[in-house]
Design a protein around this ligand. Structure first.
Ligand SMILES: CC(C)(COP(=O)(O)OP(=O)(O)OC[C@H]1O[C@@H](n2cnc3c(N)ncnc32)[C@H](O)[C@@H]1OP(=O)(O)O)[C@@H](O)C(=O)NCCC(=O)NCCS
Length: 172
């Protein structure tokens, strides 16, 4: 169980009791619009299922996903994780409650989790997919040392629309 402390937040695993603040903070159409797998409206059932799933995943001997709560004052202010961990590479994904946007929090979190991926998991490549209109996320990745690699046209289907993905990656 990895815990990473910064001046502004703690990165820690999900735990029972996180359901309420997860629900309150993630239930935002702007978060839904910019991500692929987060429902809107987000229900208590979604929150309970998500935490149960994470508790199970945390017990995996060889994890393919490692997800952290961005804990601010004991609340689930957001989340960041490495998923599709296979061999030398993994995908990074994240969201943050709107009241904390534009304070540099996610840039710091992406830097810390990238360092964890390279140093502890010995990854060589960490990549992210971003929708073309999500300039804040692109900026976060750039500030954390990620480079734009190209556009994957009609890469995913969301709300019955095929969406382009901008691919960013950091290597070591
Ligand atoms: C994207 C997100 C994680 C950013 O988190 P954050 O903590 O606000 O990010 P930071 O404060 O570290 O950095 C944001 C940067 O984007 C910039 N930015 C914000 N909105 C912008 C916009 N519309 N256009 C261009 N730049 C923008 C900020 O000015 C800042 O850059 P700067 O430091 O050079 O001024 C947050 O907005 C979020 O959770 N969004 C919804 C979910 C999401 O998009 N997840 C990522 C999916 S790929």
């Amino acid at each position: 169980m990895t815990i990473i402390k910064s001046k502004h937040f703690i990165l820690r695993p999900f735990k029972k009791g996180d359901e309420k603040s997860l629900l309150e903070n993630i239930n935002n159409k702007k978060i839904y619009r910019n991500t692929l797998n987060i429902p809107y409206p987000y229900t208590l059932k979604d929150a309970k299922e998500w935490i149960a799933k994470n508790l199970k995943e945390a017990k995996m001997k060889i994890p393919t996903k490692i997800k952290f709560v961005i804990d601010i004052d004991g609340e689930v202010a957001g989340s960041i994780g490495l998923v599709k961990i296979r061999g030398h590479k993994a995908e990074i994904g994240y969201w943050l409650v709107e009241k904390h946007w534009d304070k540099g929090i996610m840039t710091e979190a992406v830097k810390l989790v990238t360092k964890f991926g390279f140093n502890k998991l010995k990854l060589k490549r960490i990549y992210a997919y971003v929708y073309p209109f999500n300039k804040a996320s692109m900026r976060v990745l750039e500030k954390a040392g990620y480079k734009f690699e190209g556009i994957l046209r009609k890469d995913v289907k969301k709300d019955n629309k095929f969406m382009d993905d901008y691919l960013f990656a950091n290597v070591r």
